[in-house]
Design a protein around this ligand. Structure first.
Ligand SMILES: [Zn+2]
Length: 156
C-alpha cells in the first residue's frame, strides 16, 4: 500500500485500546494528526478532524465539508477523540514528536497538555483525509472478496 501511515506506528507506549467504533480511522500523515469520527446521531455522517504539526492549528468538518457545529475557538469533541485515539494507536511520545508540540516536553504528558497548546481554527477541505479513509476501507473489503482481483494479477 503506497503512502501507508501504518508502517511507522509504534505500539511501545500504547496503553489504551483503540475505539474503532467512534474513531474508525486515525493516522499521522502529511504533517497532521488526522482522523475520521463517527457521528453519534447520524450513521450517514462522519466528521473529519485534524491537528497540524508545528502550529497545532485544527479543523473539523463533515464528510460533506460542512463545518462542525461544535467547533469554536476550542477543539470539538471529534478533534479530542482523534487526538485520544492517535495517542492510543501511536503512543503519546510519537504523537508529540510528530506534531512538534511546542514547550517543555517533560510538561506534556497527557491529551489535555497537547490540547492546551493548540493553535487556531484553520479551515481546510476534508476531502483528502476522507478519501484516504475510503481507500483503506477498500483494502479491507478486498481481503474478504472471493472473486479474482485484476490489480493483483501481477503476483501471478
Ligand atoms: Zn467536530
Amino acid at each position: 500500500m503506497p503512502d501507508s501511515s501504518f508502517v511507522g506506528s509504534s505500539q511501545k507506549n500504547a496503553t489504551t485500546k483503540r475505539d474503532v467504533k467512534q474513531v474508525p480511522f486515525v493516522e499521522l500523515y502529511n504533517h497532521r494528526v488526522q482522523g475520521v469520527v463517527s457521528s453519534g446521531s447520524d450513521i450517514e455522517r462522519v466528521y473529519v478532524s485534524f491537528f497540524e504539526a508545528g502550529t497545532l492549528d485544527f479543523y473539523c468538518s463533515t464528510n460533506n465539508n460542512r463545518p462542525c457545529g461544535g467547533l469554536g475557538g476550542y477543539p470539538c469533541k471529534h478533534l479530542q477523540a482523534v487526538m485520544k485515539e492517535a495517542i492510543a494507536a501511536y503512543g503519546i511520545d510519537q504523537v508529540i514528536n510528530y506534531l512538534k508540540v511546542p514547550g517543555d516536553l517533560s510538561q506534556i504528558t497527557s491529551l489535555n497538555d497537547i490540547i492546551n497548546r493548540r493553535g487556531t481554527v484553520k479551515k481546510e477541505p476534508a476531502s483528502e483525509v476522507f478519501s484516504r479513509f475510503l481507500n483503506y476501507l477498500r483494502y479491507l473489503e478486498l481481503q474478504t472478496a472471493n472473486s479474482p482481483l485484476p490489480e493483483m494479477s501481477w503476483f501471478v
